[in-house]
Design a protein around this ligand. Structure first.
Ligand code: ZN
Length: 243
């Protein structure tokens, strides 16, 4: 199975998360929040074939680190995976929305120069704005909306745009999260944790914890865990297949 949104470099104990990745053998997308963290994060997981490092610039850091965009451009051809990127309209960050837009659109534009990027996208309190940008840059790559909490209309819009959705155990702890999951087509679902930020019952999530979502999906779709696992594997193969 998989965890397609995990901040491997930000766990308090690196060895603990590396052990989890190695023993679970899960495919892990190790996202970064600033371009200057990319090289170190690649090093951290070197030798683990089923762990890939994504190059990102987190919207909550856009106003502080937009000076790292030239470094982003320098590194962009080193990986197929881009993230964490996106927009955040939450209190404390909405004030810097112009900086966020500058960074996000710069990155989407840059990705349009390639034909195979896979992007993991943050959209907290900015779901509509994120979709608007994805519409403006349709050739940026395959977008995976991480922990997406949009409306039903926005979910359908995102599906129309070709987006996938990564769902983690923390999303199952809210009624709103569950509602959104019920609107996502089965062929667009993927798994994530957003560890170590996301927690369930106060406990930091590790990549292997993403399997908690499998049983939940089997329940709501009234099927077996094995059917869900097959579907998730198929969805995953669909995004990594060369265009
Ligand atoms: Zn994240």
């Amino acid at each position: 199975m998989m965890d397609l949104h995990c901040h491997v470099d930000l766990y308090p104990d690196h060895q603990e998360v590396l052990n989890d990745i190695k023993s679970s053998k899960y495919y892990v997308l190790s996202v970064t929040t600033v371009p200057s963290a990319f090289e170190g994060t690649v090093q951290l997981t070197s030798g683990i074939k089923h762990c890939k490092t994504a190059l990102g610039l987190h919207p909550q850091l856009a106003h502080l680190r937009k000076n790292e965009l030239p470094l982003f451009d320098k590194l962009v051809d080193r990986t197929r995976y881009i993230g964490e990127i996106g927009l955040d309209g939450s209190k404390g960050y909405a004030d810097y929305f112009d900086d966020q837009l500058e960074v996000f659109t710069h990155i989407l534009k840059k990705c349009e120069g390639f034909d195979n990027k896979i992007l993991t996208i943050h959209s907290l309190n900015a779901t509509g704005e994120v979709l608007e940008q994805l519409k403006l840059y349709p050739n940026a790559g395959t977008a995976i909306l991480h922990w997406f909490l949009g409306t039903k209309k926005q979910v359908l819009e995102a599906v129309e745009l070709g987006c996938f959705f990564s769902i983690g155990p923390a999303m199952l702890t809210s009624a709103r999260g569950k509602k959104v999951i019920s609107w996502i087509p089965q062929d667009r679902v993927l798994l994530e944790t957003d560890g170590p930020f996301a927690k369930v019952k106060g406990k930091i999530l590790f990549p292997s914890d993403s399997d908690a979502v499998i049983g939940y999906l089997a329940d709501i779709w009234a099927t077996q865990n094995t059917v869900i696992i097959d579907q998730l594997s198929l969805n995953f193969r669909c995004i990594v297949a060369v265009n």
